[in-house]
Design a protein around this ligand. Sequence first.
Ligand code: SAH
Ligand code: SF4
Ligand code: F3S
Length: 470
Amino acid sequence: MKMPDMKQARKRTNNNINYTKYDSNLKFGKNKKYFVRTYGCQMNEHDSEKIKGMLNDCGFIETQSAENADIVILNTCAIRENAHDKVFGYLGVLKHIKDTINKDLLIGICGCMSQEEVVVNEIKNKYKYIDFVCGTHNLDNLLSIIKTKMDTKKNQIEVLSYEGDVVEGIPVSRDSKYSAWVDIIYGCDKFCTYCIVPYTRGMQRSRKKEDILEEIKTLKEKGYLEVTLLGQNVNAYGKDLYDNYNLANLLSDVSDIGIPRIRFVTSHPWDFTEEMVDVIASRENVMPYIHLPLQSGSNKILKLMNRRYTKEDYLKLYDSIRTKVKNASITTDIIVGFPGESEEDFMETLDVVNKCKYDGAFTFAFSPRENTPAALMKETVSEEDKMDRLHRLNEIVNKYSNEANKRLEGQIVKCLVTSLSDKDKNKVCGYTENMKLVNIEGPSDLIGNIVKVKITDAKSFSLDGIYVKD
Ligand code: SAH
Ligand code: SF4
Ligand code: F3S
């Protein structure tokens, strides 16, 4: 058994990272079904594709319901308290299934909650019906952890609090045939004071550029039309590995492969260079969509958050992107109610929102996370004030995102059509270059193509459009 250790996690270095190849030929899953449920960010979505890939490779078959499964894996997120609550709520449902329908059901926890000491202690002592816990740094060992549980009947907890290897060649079962996630950098070294990610995902480790480019070439050969380069801070790509190769260089090399659409998430403003802005502006297949988390507009709060930029730095970068990248769509993340945030600080945040007029924003109330510096700061904003600020912020954010959508009415845009529309099965849906969701009147054989669409109506969170023949 290896338990997580948050103190050790804080002291990690990335000096001893090994680059290795996935190596497993376990095949014990025949006639067994699995169900994977995913919480959290795009990196977790992609990790779930790896979990599914490994299980498929081992002979398991996917099912869409926990009731039918022999094994259920929750790929968890630890970013805010409510992410925890969702997982523990669902565990209650699984316990009920195990008690009433299938006493042999295996329940496993992967993802960021498995790296948290308090969570895993609680699981060990109180949640004995959870059969195994696998950390984020040894995901490639998942099959052998499951096998040991099956063979010994003993609960398994295998979590590393030092850095794991960068493992290439893990089988991936992708959810989409057209749009693919591609990891470029794992972990994060920024240590924003509120954030648990550096503890759950470790220090930044870039994948080798050759491995990334090879993966993307293969995706293109398979007919993929879009790749999204993934990392908690993609702008730091290469810093831990190369003297002279960064995200701008990688974007140019990926662009040269000729895949029609390239995206990347998430960007930290501090590492965002003019060179990167220029590449985005000059390469047609690098999409004009940038997620640029602000967090706060107050310099005092930004400092307490350890964000390493000021409101003025942020606005300068924002203006440069707006000036150079034609029709760019810019979205952001904002936290309200950070310890010490006064009404004036909050007004500074609203001021930036009013200047930037974002296409969209994810807004959050501050949630203290285990062992992070901000969790030790005295909370000064009441729950009521946090909710009030969130509400006021959302009103303004929604106003600008509606306006941005309205501006598209009547325009002809390019959409990558990915599936039938959730809302109306007689329609299809897809994403514009700016990452806006469009429900499209058009035949289902548009799926898997980039087509022209005339926008007919702008809703708050999506657009309606009609297919336009070339
Ligand atoms: N790597 C990304 C953010 C990943 S987490 C970046 O640096 O921008 C996604 C968002 O969750 C963050 O941008 C932040 O707005 C929010 N978040 C993270 N920790 C939080 C906390 N403790 N309380 C509230 N929101 C938080
Ligand atoms: Fe968290 Fe900051 Fe790293 Fe983003 S940059 S993952 S907010 S520590
Ligand atoms: Fe959540 Fe971990 Fe992603 S904490 S946001 S799943 S990196």
